[in-house]
Design a protein around this ligand. Structure first.
Ligand code: GAP
Length: 591
């Protein structure tokens, strides 16, 4: 590796630096030293996010007949989070440092070899007391005196002034936990031993109302999905829809992530774009259509069919979401991880993670889960309100079923329940459910494509980021940056320039062209510096087209070129001569 390649910052650092320099993403509260895991979007980032959000909303609801939108609040009745299981189980297993109480995710700890030294809580000669007994690992090969120095420093930095100067701290009651080298789990930063793994809930707590007692506790939503389930019946009753149909929502979600990392990839405040697509239970499909379509490689997923059960719907949504990612330029960096039965939540029938290639590895961009009727049945149970829907077509079809056919369906469902490790229905419950089904009543099942907007923005930025070296004409090499964003999501669509800043006729014509375009296509007017520099500034932020008003535009090179402009493409640099009267349409057709 050459010296210059060695000192080259990793690609993520370059992206983070570009994002700050050009106004895509800033650290939150930067002037106060930041706020862990929280990011703000600058002028270009806000446009990029808006374009992604609009693209998702348009494909998921506006262009479809069977999906409706919802805009629910972040704050909800805390009973929702008890019903959804978030209060009890939305947690990471954490281990606490015995000295500092700093937590670390249990699955991020690698055991290390060394000798464990135990110190009991005791009064030292300087009057400082160890807060509690601690155990610190003397690493393999570490000298005892340098180890003691390290422990003193560690204690001093965690006890502050109370500890006195590090060299004055006496390490009383030092006993070797084990003189034989052993492998133990210790905190990666402090070196102190870790406690047992305990669950740490990721929801951010707050209080509703002025009294702020325990009775007023609620949570900032950790996902947008639950509001959709809680409002399912209202949307169904007020919108004249039939199952299958979906409800989608875009909005903020909050998780007190233990280790926010990789820029915006894992943040504590982020935006989700979720669809809950409600389908008939497979038994209802079978009663109505006579059979349930089985999925096989190459199955026709072009459009929904009446005999689709959960499996076909699940595959269909994976296909739809893949097409969406292709439309924003991520088609060739996707991978799929089909969760194994051991990975699946007990209520989920299948879940696929759509993964994307990021500079730090291939990671999840979106999850698409088949969740059965778990969510609606939980909310029905906890709220005491029926969330069943009535299906006339099902009721009519069920009247034609023979008793043998009914019993066969019941037996099949019983066998499914028997195979469940958790949450299985009893025979009496299955029979009661089937009786309701034959009367046309059921809780719809759900397919849930759930995407993160911030991850999507990071994915398109990372995919678009390109740099190369170019000779600047004076023998010096300069680094050229191009963001090859898909034109449809680029924050600025068109840069508009007069060829020269000091020619009033060029400037006024360029301002005229800018006024003409900017209402329809987000545009940027620039007259500063050489034209090549202006192109470069736009390339760096991903602007797909630049329009230059030149002497041809003024008619100085012949009447036939009057009122035409030069349009230069970001990718490839091709140039076109376009009439100003046709310019907006010409550009819009290519975005
Ligand atoms: N309702 C299902 C649900 O919330 P999830 O896998 O926890 O599922 C869905 O989240 C998507 O939300 C993820 O695929 C990811 O894109 C995004 N997401 C989740 N946690 C995030 C975080 N801490 N920061 C940024 N995006 C996150």
């Amino acid at each position: 590796m050459s010296a210059s390649a060695k000192s080259e910052p990793p690609i993520m650092e370059k992206i983070v630096s570009l994002c700050k320099r050009r106004g895509f993403i800033y650290q939150s509260s930067e002037i106060y030293g930041g706020c862990g895991g929280v990011w703000d979007y600058g002028p270009l980032g806000a446009e990029l996010k808006r374009n992604l959000r609009d693209a998702w909303w348009r494909t998921m609801t506006r262009e479809r007949e069977d999906v409706l939108g919802l805009d629910a609040c972040i704050l909800m009745n805390p009973a929702i989070w008890a019903a959804s299981g978030h209060v009890a189980t939305f947690a990471d297993l954490m281990r606490e440092c015995s000295l500092t109480n700093k937590r670390v995710r249990a699955d991020h700890v690698d055991p290390q070899d060394g000798i464990l030294m135990n110190y009991s809580g005791a009064q030292s000669a300087t009057g400082w007391k160890l807060p509690r007994a601690i155990a610190v690992l003397m690493k393999k090969g570490e000298h005892i005196e340098s180890f003691r120095k390290r422990v003193r420093l560690l204690i001093a930095s965690n006890a502050g002034e109370a500890a006195g100067k590090p060299e004055e701290i006496e390490l009383l009651d030092e006993t070797k936990g084990d003189t034989v080298e052993q492998s133990i789990d210790y905190h990666p930063e402090t070196g102190a031993a870790l406690g047992e793994a305990r669950p740490f809930n990721l929801m951010l707590k707050t209080y509703l109302g002025p009294t702020a007692t325990e009775a007023d506790v609620t949570y900032l939503r950790p996902e947008t999905a639950q509001a959709i389930f809680a409002q399912f019946k209202n949307v169904f009753d007020s919108s004249r829809v039939k199952v299958p149909f979906g409800i989608c929502q875009i909005g903020k979600a909050f998780r007190n992530e233990v280790t926010p990392k990789n820029f915006t990839f894992r943040s504590r405040e982020f935006e989700q774009m979720e669809l809950e697509f409600f389908i008939k239970p497979d038994e209802a499909v079978e009663i109505i259509s006579g059979s349930v379509a089985a999925w096989s490689e190459g199955a026709d997923l072009s459009g929904p069919k009446p005999d689709w059960g959960w499996q076909m719907w699940h595959r269909y949504w994976v296909d739809q979401r893949t097409k969406f990612y292709q439309s924003i330029g991520l088609g060739d960096v996707l991978e799929y991880y089909w969760q194994s039965p051991a990975d699946l939540a007990h209520y989920a029938r299948a879940c696929v993670d759509i993964l994307c290639e990021f500079p730090f590895g291939t990671e999840e961009l979106e999850g698409i889960a088949a969740r059965g009727d778990f969510d609606l049945s939980q909310h029905q149970k906890h709220s005491g309100k029926s969330l069943e829907i009535f299906d006339e077509e099902l009721k009519t079809a069920a009247t034609a079923l023979t008793e043998e056919a009914k019993e066969a369906l019941i037996q099949r469902r019983l066998a499914t329940e028997l195979a469940k490790e958790k949450g299985a229905l009893t025979e009496a419950e299955v029979r009661a459910w089937f009786e309701r089904l034959c009367k046309g009543f059921y809780l719809p099942h759900v397919i849930e494509p759930s995407a993160g907007l911030d991850r999507m923005a990071l994915a398109v930025l990372a995919k678009a980021f390109h740099q190369y070296e170019k000779e600047d004409g004076k023998g010096k090499s300069e680094t050229i940056t191009i963001l090859r964003l898909h034109p449809s999501i680029a924050p600025v669509k068109v840069g508009v320039f007069p060829l020269l800043k000091n020619k009033p006729e060029l400037v006024s014509k360029a301002r005229e062209v800018y006024q003409l375009i900017k209402g329809r296509l987000n545009s940027f007017y620039d007259e500063a510096g050489a034209i090549g520099r202006r192109y470069a500034r736009q390339d760096e932020i991903g602007t797909p087209f630049c329009v230059t008003v030149d002497f041809e535009t003024l008619g100085e090179q012949g009447e036939e070129l009057k009122d035409t402009v030069t349009v230069r493409e970001r990718d490839g640099g091709a140039q076109h001569r376009v009439k100003i009267s046709e310019l907006t349409c010409w550009l819009a057709n290519r975005l």
